[in-house]
Ligand binder design. Structure first.
Ligand code: SF4
Ligand code: SF4
Length: 165
């Protein structure tokens, strides 16, 4: 590179810097400042809901979520009693979750839901292994996302006219 090219580069970069000085920064002073989470945000972890009146778990252990999960990370063991199914075991390994939301979408009783937890770092892999009790706790502890099976089925179902995702 000769001296003229060097001078041109310096001038160009200097001009770019000077042009951007009056602009407001795009970064924020995280974690002291936080961005607003979009209303439709739904990522992070999962919850399992309970009936607000009876306290019974909503999940009927139909295994639809287990069958549809492309990552095959849901494991459910069924128990039958009182004329319905219950999840004796419900595990979900977040380590391999691709957050496709299919499990939520197929649930016929809105039992598995996504929570609004954009900031939930963990230090142990075992913390990403969700058991039934962890997911029940998540549902009571964190804000739930708007997306539930019944809503998503209406949004993306065959009659919705909105099948492009
Ligand atoms: S979001 Fe997708 S990958 Fe994750 S558990 Fe649900 S179905 Fe499986
Ligand atoms: S969470 Fe929903 S889809 Fe999954 S087993 Fe329970 S009832 Fe069925």
């Amino acid at each position: 590179m000769d001296i003229i090219d060097l001078a041109k580069n310096i001038f160009r970069n200097l001009r770019f810097t000077l042009k951007n000085i009056p602009k407001k920064p795009v970064t924020i002073n995280y974690p002291l400042e936080r961005r607003d989470i979009p209303e439709r945000f739904r990522l992070g972890t999962f919850g399992l809901t309970v009936d607000k009146e009876t306290g019974d778990e909503d999940c009927i252990a139909c295994k639809l979520c287990e069958r549809i999960c492309p990552s095959q990370i849901i494991e459910i063991e069924i128990e039958k009693r009182d004329g319905r199914g219950w999840a004796k075991i419900f595990n979900l390994d977040l380590q391999s979750c691709i957050q496709c939301e299919l499990c939520v979408q197929v649930c016929p009783v809105d039992a598995i839901i996504m929570m609004k937890t954009p900031e939930k770092p963990v230090t142990l892999r075992s913390d990403l292994f969700l058991t039934k009790s962890k997911m029940l706790k998540n549902a009571s502890e964190y804000e739930e996302s708007w997306a539930k099976g019944s809503i998503l089925q209406n949004t993306y179902g065959p009659d919705s006219g909105n099948n492009n995702g």
